[in-house]
Design a protein around this ligand. Structure first.
Ligand code: DNO
Length: 400
């Protein structure tokens, strides 16, 4: 059995595939051993064939790294709405899991957020040190839905003061500012397989007009009832990613935003294969989410970990902070996660690997002049990983 100082969370890195400007050899230099990847070129809903999986796996194997986690097999919108071809898409999802299992890939992340995977208003928010971060600005978001999208009923989500502030901001925005804002929100951030035009976007939102939280939760339950038994048979650990941001936007339901939601998700199909992606950045945006408490209650069902921090204010704005700064108490989180890993080893659980990736990173240094995937530049994540690794080592030494 490994000693305390030898083990630790598996250090992984998200790689978007052969088109990613960051190469596998660079990832290796960053010190990650596991790769988090997905077949982004396949349309949502299609089966991930053995051939396509094998091609990706061979590339990763050749670099001496290990394809540790799939992030994500996207859940088709028809499944979330239980309309159209959802039967076929669920069948395909199950087949993709079986095909991944054929190559020994055992962890799959997904989310159940309607329409948008994750949402930010600014992709180049300048920090005081000159680096750039991703940011969600509540007032800009209000401008988007009130004046650019012109969503019916959007004004009901805002107070009089918020409406006035949004109106003023809108008046001061140039045409280019508005275009950029729309683009940032609906053109699809990295990992989101869908991008929309403004016109398409409203049509897609309308399809959710009769779907509230209860309906969406029922649809997730139906999905899990079908998929988890297959994941069990295939030895695949499923990891649902929390909502980002973890509150309702655009009048859409949200069902994976806090402890209570997470308990419901994993309670409906009680299986170790039905687990969580513990994303400190997403959950940490809410001041009523106690991250350490979530690990205490649900740590045994954490199948994948995203570590990052955010800095929020009282107006609903947040930006992505340094990995060890901001509102997330990364020391306490890391300590609890390492304790959870110790428990797993102690209880002879096979899933003690606990893959974690430094989530997002600031755009800085040489990356500032490069074209990079928002949130996924090399140097910011390298820094995040290095800091997390140091924190982990310190805690491990103190524990042993
Ligand atoms: C953003 C990511 C998300 C995540 C999906 C998981 O950076 O955390 O895109 O991959 O929501 O399905």
């Amino acid at each position: 059995m490994n000693t305390t100082s030898e083990i630790g969370l598996e250090q992984t890195w998200r790689w978007f595939g052969p088109d990613d400007s960051i190469s596998l050899s660079h990832i290796k230099m960053a010190g990650a051993t596991g790769i988090v990847s997905a077949l982004h070129h396949l349309p949502n809903g299609e089966v991930w064939t053995l051939e396509e999986i094998e091609k990706r796996k061979q590339l990763i194997d050749k670099s001496g790294l290990n394809w540790s986690v799939v992030e994500s097999i996207p859940v088709h919108e028809d499944i979330k709405k239980r309309t159209g071809r959802y039967h076929e898409y669920i069948r395909n999802y199950k087949q993709s899991l079986l095909n991944l299992a054929h190559f020994g890939i055992d962890t799959v992340c997904y989310n159940f957020m309607p329409v948008l995977d994750w949402t930010r208003t600014d992709l180049t928010f300048e920090l005081t040190n000159g680096a750039q971060a991703l940011r969600f600005d509540a007032c800009k978001f209000a401008v988007f839905e009130l004046f650019l999208l012109k969503r019916k009923g959007a004004e009901l989500a805002y107070s009089k003061q918020q409406l006035e502030e949004a109106e003023e901001l809108h008046q001061n925005m140039s045409k280019a500012d508005k275009k950029l804002l729309v683009n940032n929100i609906i053109a699809g951030l990295p990992g989101a397989e869908e991008g929309y035009t403004l016109h398409q976007f409203q049509a897609v939102l309308d399809e959710y007009s009769n779907i509230g939280s209860n309906e969406l939760r029922a649809n997730l339950l139906d999905f899990l009832k079908e998929v988890i038994p297959v994941a069990e048979e295939a030895n695949i650990l499923m990891a649902i990613h929390p909502d980002d941001p973890p509150f309702s936007i655009l009048g859409l339901p949200r069902i994976v935003s806090n402890l209570h939601d997470l308990q419901k998700v994993i309670g409906v199909v009680d299986s170790p294969n039905n687990g969580l992606c513990f994303c400190t950045g997403s959950l940490g945006v809410r001041s009523d989410n106690d991250l350490v408490q979530i690990i205490k209650e649900l740590g045994h069902r954490i199948n994948f970990i995203h570590l990052r921090s955010t800095s929020r204010d009282k107006s609903g704005n947040f930006h992505e902070a340094e990995h060890l700064d901001g509102d997330v108490n990364m020391y306490e989180v890391m300590k609890k996660l390492l304790e959870e890993q110790q428990n797993r080893i102690h209880n002879r659980r096979l899933d003690y690997r606990m893959p974690m990736r430094p989530d997002h990173g600031h755009k800085m240094l040489d990356d500032l002049s490069k074209e990079t995937n928002p949130g996924y530049s090399a140097i910011g994540r390298l820094k995040g990983l290095a800091e997390l690794r140091g924190l982990e080592l310190g805690i491990k030494m103190a524990m042993s």
